[in-house]
Ligand binder design. Structure first.
Ligand code: ATP
Ligand code: MG
Length: 297
């Protein structure tokens, strides 16, 4: 009888094994075809996974409703022993809801099924509203939250809910990673946006003239007094499902918040990054382009 083949689960399957053909020496055209097929396969699997996760929403909403009913004492008073159990069920239902919502946003972006709703609005108002939603959680932890708006900012088109989602993800991290009694500053500023790095030195006067011509952008920053992020990981933390071994392991997380934020900012034609040194807090910033008014364009 043939010996069973031992698979090595520690080693990821190579593309050649997956495609059941050696890739060396294949013409570029065929390699491109294989890449396209793999991409399509990945897209189909993501859609399938998203529909499965989507199906979890209804039973979860029903369970959540009952948990709220128990928690509010509408099905009778809870005993001292029952109260912490229901509290725990409630917290976990909330975590599961947030996981499902994050995962569905992620898959919508992955499968390009996300639509942008760009409407001219006040970014200060949008960011301040998000801070207001988070304030009670900051107060409960004893973390001070400051917000500083930009007075010179004109209304410009952006997707209100998506920008709120980005700011929320940054605030969630700032709250999670900043120890009690810490401080978080949220600022909105209007800046000139230089996309490309310059290789040639230029005179101060030329630079001043160029800056006047540069497109304008709104910059939102969320800075905290937490442990900070080592520069080695400044790019990695924006990748899907990446999280670092941090001090705070008490809250479960998926490592999706920043990758979702990155994609939502990029969908606006903007960019997001972090400035931080370990032990000196972290500052997450993102830029949203402000289109020139029709008359100037
Ligand atoms: N303000 C911060 N201070 C220190 N480290 C941070 C901060 N924000 C993010 N990080 C690091 O970047 C990692 C990725 O962040 P991200 O928001 O993507 O995931 P998460 O918060 O771990 O999980 P999720 O957002 O899915 O709940 C975090 O796990 C943490 O290691
Ligand atoms: Mg997060």
């Amino acid at each position: 009888m043939a010996e069973p083949v031992q698979g090595n689960l520690d080693r990821p399957i190579t593309i050649a094994e997956d495609m059941e053909c050696p890739l060396d020496g294949l013409p570029a055209e065929e390699l491109r075809g294989i890449c396209e097929r793999l991409r399509e396969e990945l897209r189909r699997r993501t859609v399938a996974l998203a529909s499965a996760v989507h199906e979890l929403r209804t039973p979860l909403a029903i369970m959540d409703g009952y948990i709220d009913l128990l928690w509010a004492g509408k099905a009778g008073d809870l005993s001292e022993k029952q109260r912490p159990i229901v509290d725990d069920m409630r917290a976990n239902a909330k975590r599961l809801k947030s996981f499902i919502s994050d995962f569905l946003t992620f898959t919508a972006i992955e499968t390009r099924s996300m639509t942008m709703h760009l409407q001219s609005a006040d970014l200060n108002g949008c960011v301040s509203e998000t801070c207001g939603l988070w304030l009670p959680r900051f107060q409960r932890k004893g973390t001070t939250l400051y917000f500083s708006p930009e007075d010179e900012l004109p209304p410009f088109p952006f997707d209100h809910l998506k920008v709120q989602h980005v700011v929320s993800n940054l605030l969630h991290n700032a709250l999670k990673f900043t120890p009690e009694k810490g401080t978080v500053w949220v600022t909105v500023e209007k800046v000139a946006w230089e996309r490309r790095l310059r290789t040639e030195p230029i005179s101060v006067e030329k630079r001043r003239r160029e800056i006047i011509k540069l497109p304008k952008a709104a910059r939102v920053a969320v800075a905290d007094t937490g442990p900070g992020v080592d520069p080695e990981f400044h790019l990695e933390i924006f990748q899907d499902f990446r999280k670092l071994a941090t001090q705070d392991q008490s809250e479960q997380s998926m490592g999706l918040g920043l990758s979702i934020a990155r994609r939502l900012v990029q969908a606006h034609g903007g960019k997001i990054w972090v400035e931080s040194k370990p032990g000196e807090g972290a500052k997450f910033l993102f830029l949203l382009p402000i289109p020139k008014p029709e008359t100037e364009a």
